[in-house]
Design a protein. Structure first.
Length: 663
């Protein structure tokens, strides 16, 4: 057959019959159209398992991009010379280590991994190398690595297996450090010592029982460690360890139940330690403890809020501490000789993520964010009070006028208890009653604070959705009575706090009680699932992120190092009465009461809330005929950390909201 043309787009020129030519032309047209259609869609990457999620257009992705490119920076370490710092920030897919050597100087990237780097510490004498932590796929089995700052080569220091390693405390001479690890059996967090120049030098210093142990401080002579033992969010104790003999001695009274005693550091008085405690008080106070007389002296009793943390200067003559005052942080400087303190002025109202003195005690570096800005690193000159920014993180294309600012709100629950939260209103350009997203924090001892909502501004500014972040009973920051109000058999009282919030929403003239979506992560995911069946007739839809669907199966499958800590909070599933209670309240066993669409999001490698909590909920919902969307990331753990996964999750949630909240 002689071809009249080599143009495949014109089949008739190939000498084919008209019918054959038509079919061929149609197949070419259909293939081209399908290719164009696919090119106009956002396709989940190879690590994502997406089920029930409809097509997402690139048009939506482009619209959201303005709000999805913000980044933040956090302080990781200060060089011994005090003139350079290590920060964590993200320029690619994950957060990595960067060096900054001057205010607003270039952020020099030091690590380049697919997995996020959690944090770092300098060798304390010359600062010639860093020791940092990194896990794999969100499994939280953090391994320690040594990073040579000249070659940027990393060397694995720990076993590289299914163990958690961290809590580094250096010798002052830099010859080695103490650290915690679960490598002995996966459940007990023992104390080890290592010379990072010889990883084979690692040796067991203290063998313990339980996953709540950690190193607090090391004495100047390198002979004594202060050790903390965490029992729960309501109880912790302090011990001292003789490094040479391995003798462990009780510091605080181990018989004191329901008391926080932690954050300990040696003072410049040999018989005294600093620590934070809620002993004899509703809130956690900064205090000293005399090791001989066993007497505690308190210094922040006039501040009716928790002291969240503190840092001592190298010479222990100065102290900086941070308070959590109704969801906002304040910073104070103290003279340790006379214990007088003053608030640091000229700080924007916001949240403080960490503080640290330079070695010479002249400056304090800290991380701060506000409702209008992501987190950045600042330096306080103690003598002058001047505050200088060292990083300035980009917010993408977000403008100040796009940002919804949090407003404190409160309501009374079923038993008259006052519950509070933060309300982010929809942009003023939207009229009429606005749909609402209720976003519940995890923990359960987490706390929603007046923070920058980042990409959440798309909901308020482009979708007209108001957001409420409640602090139900069990949240931290409101005293030890409040934090214990959801323990054990009181679990569903916190769910009733959301029911009371729904009542509050119904009374607001600018909010639409008939268009409410519940969303939450971890324990907030359990709350989301529980609300879905308790208040099915009062919500439109729900988004559960790494949530607990049955406390019995959760406690059976969560990693061993955290199981006992969770039993104190939730209850012991080995007790038949408690197990029966768990079965009664399990969202998994109340599928028939869930009437509205549900979106489940989970990381495959989650060590806290195992993936089985999500899959068993998904499968039972499907079998029951419920509308259920499902998204699982094979390279993530307890929530998504990698930007491509985060971006797709965000788009899928927006699509879900468009389908079921707004329509």
């Amino acid at each position: 057959m002689k071809l009249k043309s080599n143009n495949p787009r014109n089949p008739n020129l190939l000498g084919l019959s008209s019918k054959t030519a038509f079919l061929l032309l149609w197949s070419l047209f259909a293939a081209t159209a399908l290719g164009q259609q696919k090119n106009n869609l956002v396709v989940p990457n190879e690590n994502l398992i997406a089920q029930g999620i409809p097509d997402i257009s690139k048009e939506l992705s482009n619209a959201v991009k303005k709000y999805s490119e913000a980044r933040g920076a956090g302080l990781s370490a200060i060089h011994p010379n005090g003139n350079e710092i290590i920060i964590n920030t993200r320029f690619g897919s994950t957060s990595q280590l960067h060096r900054v050597v001057m205010p607003l100087g270039m952020r020099e990237q030091l690590t380049f991994f697919d997995e996020p780097v959690a944090g770092a510490t300098y060798e304390p004498t010359k600062g010639s190398y860093l020791v940092y932590s990194r896990d794999a796929g969100g499994n939280e089995f953090g391994q320690l690595y040594k990073l040579d700052l000249k070659t940027l080569e990393s060397k694995l220091l720990t076993d590289g297996g299914r163990s958690q390693n961290g809590g580094i405390e250096w010798r002052r001479d830099g010859k080695g450090f103490f650290f915690t690890s679960t490598k002995r059996n996966g459940g007990d967090r023992d104390i080890y010592y290592m010379d990072p120049n010889d990883p084979n030098s690692v040796k067991l210093i203290l063998e313990v029982k339980g996953g709540g142990w950690g190193i607090e401080d090391l004495s100047l002579d390198n002979k004594t460690l202060l050790i903390g033992e965490s029992i729960s969010a309501n109880e912790s104790h302090l011990w001292s360890l003789d490094v040479e003999s391995g003798k462990l001695t009780e510091v605080t009274d181990r018989k004191s139940k329901g008391v926080i005693q932690g954050g300990a550091n040696f003072s410049n008085n040999a018989d005294e330690i600093w620590y934070i405690t809620d002993k004899d008080n509703e809130f956690e106070r900064l205090a000293t403890f005399n090791l001989k007389t066993k007497k505690t002296s308190y210094y922040t009793s006039k501040i009716p809020w928790n002291v969240e943390g503190y840092r001592l200067s190298e010479d222990k003559k100065q102290l900086v501490f941070t308070t959590n005052e109704a969801g906002l942080n304040k910073v104070y400087l103290m003279n340790t000789a006379d214990k007088t303190y003053t608030e640091v002025k000229n700080l924007p109202v916001g949240l403080i993520g960490g503080t640290a003195f330079t070695k010479d005690g002249k400056y304090v570096f800290f991380t701060q964010s506000t409702a209008k800005t992501s987190s950045d690193v600042y330096r306080l000159d103690i003598a002058s009070g001047q505050i200088v920014p060292w990083t300035k993180s980009e917010l993408g294309q977000i403008q100040e006028s796009d940002i919804s600012l949090p407003k404190p709100i409160e309501w009374k629950s079923f038993d008259g208890m006052k519950i509070t939260g933060f309300y982010y209103p929809a942009a003023a350009k939207f009229t009429g009653k606005r749909p609402v997203m209720i976003n519940i924090h995890g923990g359960p001892e987490g706390q929603s604070m007046a923070s920058f909502s980042g990409s959440g501004n798309y909901y308020t500014n482009e979708m007209g959705v108001a957001m409420i972040f409640p602090n139900v009973r069990g949240s931290s920051g409101f005293g030890k009575t409040f934090i214990a109000k959801d323990n054990g058999y009181l679990r569903e009282d916190s769910v009733k706090d959301i029911g009371a919030l729904l009542d509050w929403i119904a009374q607001q003239p600018d909010l639409d009680k008939d268009r409410v979506m519940i969303m939450g992560g971890s324990y907030g995911g359990y709350m989301t699932l529980a609300t879905a069946f308790h208040y099915a007739d009062r919500i439109r839809c729900s988004v559960d992120i790494v949530g607990i669907s049955n406390f019995n199966t959760f406690l059976k499958n969560t990693e061993e190092y955290r199981r006992d800590l969770r039993r104190v909070e939730y209850g012991d599933e080995r007790d038949p009465k408690m197990a029966a209670f768990f079965e009664k309240i399990a969202p998994l066993n109340n599928i028939d009461k869930i009437k509205k669409p549900l979106f489940i999001i989970q990381g495959t490698n989650d060590p806290r809330v195992p993936v089985t909590e999500a899959t068993q909920m998904r499968d039972k919902l499907k079998a029951n005929g419920n509308v259920v969307w499902y998204l699982e990331a094979k390279d993530e753990g307890h929530g998504f950390r990698k930007k491509p996964n985060v971006d797709y999750q965000r788009l899928a949630v927006i699509k879900f909201m468009q389908e079921y909240l707004l329509n």
